[in-house]
Design a protein around this ligand. Structure first.
Ligand code: ADP
Length: 448
């Protein structure tokens, strides 16, 4: 079975968030199960690939040429789609993002004829199910929502001039949402199946609180909506072999973890107390402000906080201030730092993740894998993956009191090492999710 993945990010070629991790491991797991995946990715500036030829597509009434490259990651082939306007220093954040990714999808649509399934991701792939329904290619289509907050909207007729999609598709093809073109809506309406990255989030996005204005559409399409948890690259995230760690450990022997903890506390000048790690983007979604609000209460509980992250300047300032005023108890490293993230996952006693919403979440899986019980808000994928008092701790309140309550539960538990071991033994490998996607594809194709 030939499956084409179409997405804007894939580890290790281009990574902004969790989407890249999925596109860098799910295809590999599918391949191990006998499928033939190919990933279509924009050829961003700096990706090393072999030039293999060219393809053509129509855009804005012109026939355009596109250079094609190949790259490989863990035995799976990535097709790099070389369009001039992707040759910039980062994937997104430009005024013409909408136009660029429409062009990308139009170019890819010309290359999909030999595939059985086209699996499109987020708004940067969301046009493809409609193009299939308009007869551009024949594959069955699966559309995955990783982040409902970015829907790919455009309020002008240019869209129809660029794509030559007939104007009737605005209403008939499900493109229209609240008076503008909305690619995520179109992908949802036109795909044969829609998935998102955890069962709980699949339910939550059908509610007005989390649905970002698309909840009504998602409720209508619920019959074909599936929640499939993301897996974790358990080779890369492995405390027994992690190249960033000076000592290694397993669930049977925590002595390496104890050494790492000692060194981590020394590195950050922290007192010898239960130490709660945080590794996160500093964004509204992640509830980092709730941690800041809870600091006094957490200090009273007797824990340390060790925080790594960057993003919103206000939050960065707050944590710099807290670390300066509560030295010995609160430490903060501003920035993105892969080796330090590994040391925090390994050396902390607990891991805090008070997300306002969380489609799946990777950090809590990593923390469990590293024997560091996560303390999470019970939403989305966090609710699906963390069992309260068994593999971690969860709380409901979206405020400082919620965070305090969660950390207090962590402190109250009589046998935290057992919780840590339970987490380490939980299976988060991609094999299970890949099987679920494989079954979904087979169901759509009517094969066993
Ligand atoms: P999201 O994709 O919404 O940011 P996830 O929990 O799914 O959240 O994935 C976050 C990933 O990014 C994890 O692998 C986490 O370790 C990593 N990460 C986040 N912030 C940092 C940082 N400042 N330094 C290093 N790694 C980080």
């Amino acid at each position: 079975m030939k499956v084409a993945f179409v997405a804007s990010e894939a580890f290790p070629f281009a990574k902004v968030g969790g989407l890249a991790d999925v596109l860098g491991s799910l295809p590999q797991a599918l391949k191990r199960q006998g499928l033939e995946p190919t990933i279509f990715l924009p050829w961003y500036w700096g990706i090393e690939g072999y030039y293999v030829g060219e393809s053509y597509f129509d855009f804005g009434g012109q026939r355009e040429r596109v250079g094609i490259g190949h790259a490989e990651h863990d035995g799976v082939q990535y097709v790099l789609v070389g369009l001039g306007d992707f040759s910039r220093d980062r994937p997104y954040g430009y005024d013409d993002d909408f136009r660029r990714f429409v062009r990308f999808q139009m170019a890819v649509a010309e290359m999909l004829r030999e595939f059985d399934v086209v699996h499109a991701h987020d708004w940067q792939g969301a046009l493809l199910p409609l193009l299939r329904n308009l007869g551009w290619f024949k594959a069955r289509t699966v559309y995955t929502i990783h982040n409902l907050a970015y829907q790919g909207t455009w309020g002008s007729d240019d869209f129809f001039a660029w794509t030559r999609i007939p104007g009737e598709a605005y209403y008939m093809g499900g493109l229209e949402h609240r008076g503008a073109v909305n690619l995520m809506k179109s992908g949802t309406v036109n795909a044969d199946a829609v998935t998102t990255v955890s069962p709980r989030y699949a339910w939550e996005i059908c509610t007005p609180e989390v649905g970002e204005g698309l909840d009504g559409i998602l409720r209508e399409q619920r019959w074909k909506l599936h929640g499939i948890l993301n897996g974790l690259d358990t080779e890369y995230w492995n405390p027994a072999t992690d190249k960033y760690l000076a000592h290694h450990y397993t669930a049977a022997d925590f002595s390496g973890k104890r050494k790492l903890r000692k060194e981590l506390l020394k590195e950050f000048g922290l007192e010898d107390r239960p130490t709660i790690g945080v590794v996160s983007r500093f964004a509204e979604q992640k509830g980092i402000d709730l941690i800041a609000d809870a600091v006094q209460g957490l200090m009273d509980l007797g824990v340390n906080l060790l925080v790594l992250g960057s993003g919103e300047p206000n939050l960065e300032r707050t944590f710099n201030w807290l670390a300066a005023h509560l030295s010995g108890r609160v430490a903060y490293h501003q920035g993105y730092n892969e080796p330090l993230a590994h040391r925090i996952y390994a050396g902390s006693d607990g891991f805090l993740m008070p997300s306002r919403f969380e489609p799946c979440g990777l950090a809590q899986l990593i923390a469990m894998r590293y024997g560091t019980p996560p303390i999470v808000r019970a939403v989305g994928g966090l609710l699906d993956t963390v069992q309260h008092w068994e593999t971690g701790f969860s709380f409901d309140g979206m405020d400082a009191a919620g965070v305090w309550w969660g950390v207090n539960e962590f402190l109250k538990h009589p046998d935290r090492p057992q919780v840590a071991r339970n987490g380490m033994k939980t299976n988060f490998a991609w094999e299970g999710p890949a099987q679920a996607y494989g079954d979904l594809y087979k169901g759509l194709l009517g094969v066993k």
